[in-house]
Design a protein around this ligand. Structure first.
Ligand code: PXL
Length: 282
């Protein structure tokens, strides 16, 4: 794969912010985002929204960060360091979603800084990471601010009520998601088991773009969605168009899936650490 441009030492790299939850197991959430940001050469800024208590076997619980602390983190970073792109992950509650959306608008970032919204609803084990009552806030407060939304098929079902089972329903879902206000909607096909490929469908209200990638058969895919959204955000920070950013992120996450490793007794994480391998050809 080809990588994004790197910044020489001593010079400031693109700054990308993740607004997301912490995974104590280090495989998903802000930890996954920061791994990808760093290994793609970006400077990672963080607004922590919630702290999960989890390991490779699941999420035991989470603690929400107070709203003023979440807002404060975003304002502190934006007012000083500045960001060229951002992504959201676990937002936990409607109050947090509303506060993030209001801050994004209030800081003048809406429409100027690319925002990738990964509408995280549950862990891969099915543990809830978003209160069901927060779906409305996601739809009405945050989606209209998004450059791109990146739901998986379970999230598509919860957000627009469409069961994606084939290409036609995947297109219907992309249209329904786009109607909620994001500039682009990506319907990830990763869980579309009927397909030997894993086509993702991107829609901007006019054109459909399809992204195929060879399925990597691994149970160690914790953090794959976060990693895709994070890599997309870094590419957008470099000025890529959304289709080019998604194409780059797909190839990145495919390599991270190939490099995934077992961890603990459950599911291991996708791994950007392949970038550091001594035998890595990149
Ligand atoms: O992969 C989605 C995700 C995002 N953020 C946090 C998570 C998870 C999945 O477990 O724990 C904090």
């Amino acid at each position: 794969m080809s990588f994004l441009p790197l910044t020489p030492g001593g010079q400031t790299p693109p700054r990308v912010m993740t607004i997301a939850g912490s995974d104590s197991g280090g495989g998903a959430g802000i930890q996954a985002d920061m791994r990808t940001f760093a290994l793609l050469g970006a400077h990672a800024c963080v607004a922590v929204t919630a702290v999960t208590v989890q390991n490779s076997m699941g999420v035991k619980g989470f603690h929400e960060i107070p709203l003023d602390v979440i807002v404060g983190q975003i304002e502190a970073v934006v007012s000083d360091i500045g960001v060229q792109a951002a992504k959201t992950g676990m937002l936990a509650s409607s109050d947090i979603i509303a506060a993030v959306a209001e801050t994004w608008r209030g800081q003048g970032l809406a429409g100027t800084v690319p925002l990738v919204v990964d509408p995280v609803c549950a862990s891969m084990h099915g543990d809830p990471l978003l209160h069901p009552s927060a779906l409305d806030a996601l739809r009405t407060d945050l989606f209209p601010l998004a450059t791109l939304v990146t739901p998986n098929l379970d999230e598509v079902r919860l957000i627009v009520g469409i069961d994606v089972v084939d290409e036609a329903s995947q297109r219907d879902a992309a249209r329904a998601l786009h109607a909620l206000g994001p500039q682009w909607a990506l319907v990830k096909g990763g869980h579309l088991r009927s397909s030997p490929e894993s086509p993702d469908l991107l829609f901007d209200g006019t054109d459909f773009h399809e992204f195929g990638a060879t399925r990597v058969d691994t149970g160690d895919d914790h953090g794959a969605g976060d990693t895709l959204a994070a890599a997309t955000a870094v590419a957008l920070a470099h000025g890529y168009t959304v289709p080019d950013a998604v194409a780059f992120a797909k190839s990145w996450v495919t390599e991270c899936l190939r490099a995934a490793y077992p961890l603990g007794h459950g599911h291991g994480p996708v791994s950007p650490l392949f970038r550091l391998a001594v035998d890595g050809s990149s």
